[in-house]
Design a protein around this ligand. Sequence first.
Ligand code: GDP
Ligand code: MN
Length: 419
Amino acid sequence: MITWRSIARTFQRHHAPLRAQVRQLSLLEHHSHKLLKEFKLPVPLGFLVTTPEQAKDVVSEMTYGPSMIKAQVLAGGRGKGKFNSDGKSGVRLVDSPSEAFQSATNMLGYYLTTAQTPKDGLRVDSLYIYKAVSIAQEFYFAMTFDRQRSSPVLLVSSSGGTNIESNVDSLHKIWFGLSTGITDEIHAYIQAELGFSDVEMKDIHRILVQMVKLFKQKDATLLELNPLVRTEEGEFVCLDAKFGFDNAARYRQQGIFALEERSPEQEEEHQLAKLGLNYVRLDGNIGNIVNGAGLAMATNDLIGLLGGKCANFLDVGGAATKEALSKAFGVLKNDPRVKGILINIYGGIVRCDMIAEAIIAAAAEMGGFKCPVVVRLQGTNSEKGLKLIEESGLDNVVVEPEFEEAAQMIVKLTPGVES
Ligand code: GDP
Ligand code: MN
């Protein structure tokens, strides 16, 4: 017997991965550099390439000295990462155009694994190249929000670079105000703690002021320069940056959000989110169409408990309209893994007979269902709704008013799943 208590238990057990799917907008490095430049923060002049020939050409244009070639992926730790081609990292120093060609050949189209990527790595399709800087010292300069103190905070360290994680003790935390910015106290504190000379402090001050400006104007939640380096020549340059932006600022920051990079799966999710559908891809073969996040999670868990595996988590939201259902059916139809579908909708404000009509119309529009479909409607006018579906003449459709029975049925009807 399945009880709500057992459902609640699996719910808790399975929940962390769903929550972890909430993403923050990230930018590729070349986009980050552009944004820094727009705010007059010092970055090297870089070029984006997508072929080894271009890499060779770019490097041959650089005047005397080595160049850096950097893999463009949405993950940090590239400098300590490994390519599945030659085992070398995602940040490379090359001395000649032919070396650039060789490196680019081993990077483009291959997978780079770092501490921040999935196990099999991320595919690299473009590289960012700039003239290498001779580094005297690497610093870490970041701005983010301290939620406990409800205040923006500045984090600085004179031991920046790829080992910052093991140097967290060296971080100085400085709380600041978005309107007051870099006060004399903050200026003095940083100079004293990091040991900058008066001349250096002029550059540092300007960098900090511009960071605050960018952070504020772009609704950033994170702005991390790592490393910000002092060159042998005594200049300060940001070699790598990481941004986070407030998702709620999407409307106000359309320019930045348009730069968002998405994998094909994320793209699907994104397109659906625009239509008000919450979609999360899972790794089973039963497609779900549910209204309400709570019911969607319960459905997912009940199917799991009964020995089935869901292909997705698809919440059509409060309005189970024909448009929303058409979209949802479209997604499941395009997913070759889906071998059975459970439609589980609770009609509260929206009446079940109207939902049934929407299901019938959306199904008819795409020429009926090609796999077993179980429809469970509960709530206002549910009997009427189920009757409409039963009488619609749609193939492969079974109706069932009870949640548990409906879940059992789809697990049984879906090929390749033991009941
Ligand atoms: P991440 O590993 O993904 O964070 O990539 P970064 O862009 O931060 O690069 C990693 C490391 O490569 C930096 O910490 C630097 O030590 C080094 N690096 C990057 N650019 C240059 C450069 O122009 N010259 C030198 N000498 N080292 C560089
Ligand atoms: Mn870095």
